[in-house]
Every structure is written in structure tokens, then in C-alpha cells.
Design a protein around this ligand. Structure first.
Ligand code: NAD
Ligand code: MLT
Length: 295
């Protein structure tokens, strides 16, 4: 492996458009750039950087969909994320869906006492489908089992035996849809997962299924979800991520049976401290030649 010495680091995360010009000018003069998710490291940027000193893009977070990884590799720029950061926060967001906590709180703040409007259901005894049994999917499964849920799931790289070891029944997707009371997706947004949950899938689910997306916008087809919520096939949804962020179309975020948050999954003091140290430790490790986690 080429040896890298990172001395000068640009910490960049701001509104995309304002950032691009600054980055284009600054990247050739820096060895590394650190981003969260707002800054898009495009092919154009890594090319400009690669011609100068840029050797590393550090992503303080999990997904690298804001970085053109193939273009980075082509230009001799390493991309590192912080995979140890489990984003427990992402799963904690979904917990209030079944009891309408957000909506009930909003109604109290609006001066109401609407006990009849917010009859919830117990998650105890119900079936949760976890699509994607990676770092977060597994954590979700284990925690929701503690709430008394039966967990079924699917991940193309996780064997039935490995899933069974954490009490998850691994099933093909076609068998998952009719069994799930709740579906939560924890996959990357890649061509195979784009619109994974669309109109056809929603029609195969139990009427009133609840859908949770704290992974990436676009894994659940937003138009199909809205139709499903309106015709009753979907009983509720919790969304932390959107196809467009912030979403211009607010139909889902403002729907009465949707709990929506502005991509807050990793926005905890704890998670941000973890990613900040991890990205810094990675740069130190790179300088020492002991780096892990390069993409
Ligand atoms: P991970 O890489 O550990 O796990 C993803 C899993 O998805 C892998 O096991 C992979 O095999 C599986 N997978 C891939 N294609 C699949 C398919 N077609 N069907 C089923 N499974 C498939 O990732 P992670 O750390 O668990 O993160 C999961 C998602 O959550 C990512 O999209 C990440 O960007 C997102 N995330 C969001 C937030 C937030 O702020 N809301 C925070 C952290 C992570
Ligand atoms: C991630 O992929 O780490 C999360 O979506 C959080 C973030 O983008 O900062």
C-alpha cells in the first residue's frame, strides 16, 4: 500500500452549494477532508483534490453515499467511514410509533385532551421484520426481542444459522411480507434496495403494517407509502430519512400517521463523540501505517 502522511486536514460540512467552491479551491492544498453528510464529495471534487495533495476523505458517519468512492479510488484518494459507530440512536427513534407519542404530544401542546384519538397497540407479541441484518439491524432485533417481539429478517449475506444464533428467523422476502406487523429497513441505498418497499410489496403485507425507515431515503418508495397510508394498507410510518433532504414535498412528514424526524439517527452527543474520535484515530492510524476501515 502507498504510504500516506496526513498533515493538513479540512473539516468541511456545510450547505452543499456554498461548500463546493471553497472545497474545490481548498482540497488540492489539503491532505484530507472530513465530512458528515451535507457535503457531497463529487467526482469533480476528488479529481481536483487528487491533482493536488488530497489523499483521504474521512466520513464521520456510516453511509458513504455522499462520496463518489469509485472516482476517489481512480484519483488515488482513500475513503474511510466510521463503521464502529452503531447509531443506536437511529433505532431509538422508531420506538414511539406504536403509541402515537409524537402525535399525542402535539395534540396536548395544541390544548387538547384527545384520549380516544390515540389508541395504540402493544409491540409485545407482534412480529417485526428486519431487512438488513448488519450492524444496526442486529441491534434493533436484539432490543425489540426484549420488548417481546418475534423477529424475522432477511439479509443476502447472513446465513439462516447466523440469524438463528440471535433468535432471528431468516426468511426469503416473499415470506416476510405477509407475516410482518412492523417492517424496519437497515440496508444501504444501492440499486438492489432502491424502492425495495413499493406498492407491490405493500399489497403483500398485512393490512395496517407499520413501516420504519431510519436508513436512507429511497429504500421505501415515498409515493407508494403515501398511497398505502391513505388507503389503509399501511397503518403508520416512522421516517428519519427522505429521498430529498430536506423534503420539499411535505405530504409524508405532515401525515397524521407518520412520525417524522430530520435525519437525526446519529445526532446524539454520544454518537457524534464516537464518530469524531474514530475519524481522528483513523487519520493517526493512517500516518502510523496501521489503518483499518478503508473503503
Ligand atoms: P451495515 O453495512 O452494517 O448493514 C447493512 C446490511 O444490509 C448488510 O448486512 C448487507 O448485507 C445488507 N443488505 C445489503 N443489500 C441488501 C438487500 N438487498 N436486502 C437485505 N439486506 C441487504 O450498515 P449499518 O451500519 O447497519 O447501517 C444501515 C443503514 O443505516 C445504512 O443505510 C446507513 O447509511 C444508515 N444509517 C442511518 C443513520 C441515520 O442517521 N438515520 C445512522 C446510521 C446509519
Ligand atoms: C450515517 O450514515 O452515519 C447517518 O446517516 C448519519 C449522518 O449522515 O450523519
Amino acid at each position: 500500500m502507498t504510504s500516506y502522511k496526513i498533515n493538513k486536514v479540512l473539516i468541511a460540512d456545510d450547505i452543499e452549494q456554498e461548500c463546493v467552491d471553497v472545497l474545490k479551491q481548498s482540497l488540492p492544498a489539503h491532505d484530507a477532508v472530513i465530512v458528515r453528510s451535507a457535503t457531497k464529495i463529487t467526482a469533480e471534487l476528488v479529481e481536483a483534490g487528487g491533482k493536488g495533495r488530497l489523499r483521504l476523505v474521512g466520513r464521520a458517519g456510516t453511509g458513504v453515499d455522499n462520496i463518489d468512492v469509485p472516482a476517489a479510488s481512480k484519483n488515488g484518494v482513500l475513503v474511510m467511514n466510521t463503521p464502529r459507530e452503531l447509531s443506536i440512536g437511529a433505532l431509538e427513534l422508531s420506538a414511539s410509533l406504536s403509541r402515537h407519542v409524537a402525535q399525542a404530544d402535539a395534540s396536548m401542546k395544541a390544548g387538547k385532551w384527545a384520549r380516544k384519538d390515540y389508541m395504540g397497540e402493544e409491540v409485545y407479541g407482534r412480529t417485526l421484520a428486519v431487512i438488513g441484518l448488519g450492524r444496526i439491524g442486529r441491534e434493533v432485533a436484539v432490543r425489540m426481542q426484549a420488548f417481546g417481539m418475534t423477529v424475522i429478517g432477511y439479509d443476502p449475506v447472513v446465513s439462516k444459522e447466523d440469524a438463528a444464533a440471535i433468535n432471528i428467523e431468516s426468511l426469503p422476502l416473499e415470506q416476510i411480507w405477509p407475516r410482518a406487523d412492523y417492517i424496519t429497513v437497515h440496508v444501504p441505498l444501492i440499486p438492489a434496495t432502491e424502492n425495495l418497499i413499493g406498492d407491490e410489496v405493500i399489497s403483500k403485507c398485512k393490512r395496517g403494517v407499520r413501516i420504519i425507515n431510519v436508513a436512507r431515503g429511497g429504500i421505501v418508495d415515498e409515493a407508494a407509502l403515501l398511497t398505502g397510508l391513505e388507503d389503509g394498507r399501511v397503518g403508520g410510518a416512522a421516517l428519519d430519512v427522505f429521498l430529498e433532504e430536506p423534503p420539499k414535498d411535505r405530504s409524508l412528514a405532515s401525515h397524521a400517521r407518520v412520525i417524522a424526524t430530520p435525519h437525526l439517527g446519529a445526532s446524539t452527543i454520544d454518537a457524534q463523540l464516537r464518530v469524531a474520535s474514530e475519524v481522528a484515530e483513523n487519520i493517526v492510524a493512517l500516518n502510523k501505517g496501521t489503518l483499518l476501515g478503508v473503503l
